[in-house]
Design a protein around this ligand. Structure first.
Ligand code: ASP
Length: 389
């Protein structure tokens, strides 16, 4: 019986070469206190091999992030602390597309986006009218080692003056004192984020783009239209998005927080901002419903206000987190390579994963109130993990 966590997954084709999913599940009476993702779109065993990686590398990376967040909760800290700790841990791990290891934009630079939201209504329960709802985000930052902490600093800015800061202004604020010391925000060179794997990925993206351009220049008239139709835009390229990270936690006071951090999509235009730092699109939290973090083609998540849509299903239609995630996920456009996935967690400790059709999985994991960790990569897969020393 599988109640604590619910997997909302349309059946996928083309999984023949993927390992048979393991089906470890926690007992029904335990609550999830933290759920995380490491991005939509997983690597097949062949791709893992080609990249010199192993599935266990990702499993352990997810386990380390879960443990980092869990320790905060064990110490009686808030869900905001747990989300920040889990995401910082993944930002520091170069396997993910956030912080070190983030993808390059078309100009060969790393530009990072992050957001965080506190679902706590401060006990007043005024809903949408509550002026104390707190959220913070940064976008297009190039020199901040841990963008999630900068997002938190914006959220906790005195009198909640702003929600979203971008580029240079965001960096100036986050690196100013006493903000930088209080939130542990460090300035780094853009080179800090670069990794061999992402250099290869951007070179490959440029090579494909060149080939596409050459093909359409060679074609003419109706033929040119056909070429344009047949060449997937870079944003829909399966290689374009791997490893955005997100977390949703619920603490001892039943307060929920959610956060997301990313380098965006490989080869994105300089200045492009996706859903991750957009409150209501990539991230949302409301104690009365749930917390949500999304990953995938950001433009679609923005247009469909995905994170808030799940909360709205719960608030206005009385849906459970499971049904809300399913409704929202299945109502999204059905595109060739899939458009992405999301995680959600309600105040009772019920989590749900939503993976849109044709998306070949999501790096994900959760930890229960008694400290048991479960991770999965491919659709339907779930296994218990322990931290390796
Ligand atoms: N949603 C992110 C963006 O569009 C990318 C991702 O999740 O992989 O920037």
């Amino acid at each position: 019986l599988y109640i604590a966590g619910i997997l909302v997954v349309p059946v996928l084709a083309a999984q023949a070469q993927q390992p048979r999913p393991a089906t470890d599940r926690p007992p029904a009476n335990v609550r999830t206190v933290l759920v995380i993702h490491g991005g939509a779109g997983v690597l097949t065993p062949d791709e893992l091999k080609a990249a010199g990686l192993k599935a266990e590398d990702f499993e352990q990376a997810l386990a380390r992030a879960l443990w980092a967040g869990y320790q905060q909760l064990q110490r009686g800290k808030s869900s905001v602390d747990a989300v920040e700790a889990a995401i910082r841990n993944m930002e520091d791990c170069e396997l993910f597309n956030a912080g070190r290891g983030a993808v390059f934009n078309g100009d060969g630079q790393v530009e990072l986006d992050a957001s965080i939201m506190d679902g706590n209504m401060q006990g007043q329960g005024e809903g949408k009218r509550d002026p104390r709802r707190r959220a913070g985000a940064v976008a297009g930052v190039r020199h901040i080692k841990n963008p999630i902490s900068a997002a938190r600093a914006v959220m906790e800015m005195e009198s909640s003056r702003h929600v979203l800061l971008i580029g240079e202004g965001a960096e100036r604020y986050a690196l100013s004192e006493p903000v930088a010391s209080k939130y542990g925000i460090e300035r780094v060179s853009n080179l800090y984020f670069w990794t061999d794997r992402r250099v290869k990925q951007i070179r490959e993206a440029h090579r494909r783009e060149e080939a596409r351009r050459a093909k359409s220049t060679a074609a003419s008239g109706a033929e040119a239209d056909e070429v344009a139709d047949n060449t997937a835009p870079a944003l829909h390229d399966p290689d374009a998005r791997f490893g955005t990270v997100g977390a949703v936690a619920v603490d001892a006071n039943k307060h929920i927080a959610a956060g997301t951090s990313t380098g965006g999509m490989t080869n994105k235009m300089a200045g492009r901002v996706g859903d991750s730092p957009i409150i209501g699109a990539g991230t949302y939290a409301d104690d009365r419903a749930c917390g949500v973090s999304c990953t995938g083609t950001g433009e679609i998540f923005i247009r469909h206000a995905v994170a808030y849509d799940i909360v709205a299903h719960m608030l206005y239609a009385g849906k459970t987190v499971h049904d809300a995630v399913r409704e929202t996920t299945l109502a999204l456009p059905d595109e060739e390579e899939g458009i992405g996935s999301l995680i959600a967690l309600d105040a009772q400790g019920r989590h749900a994963f939503g993976i849109t059709p044709k998306t070949p999985g999501m790096f994900r994991g959760y930890i229960t109130s008694d400290g048991q960790m479960y991770v999965g990569m491919y659709t339907g897969e779930e296994k218990r993990v322990q931290l390796q020393p």
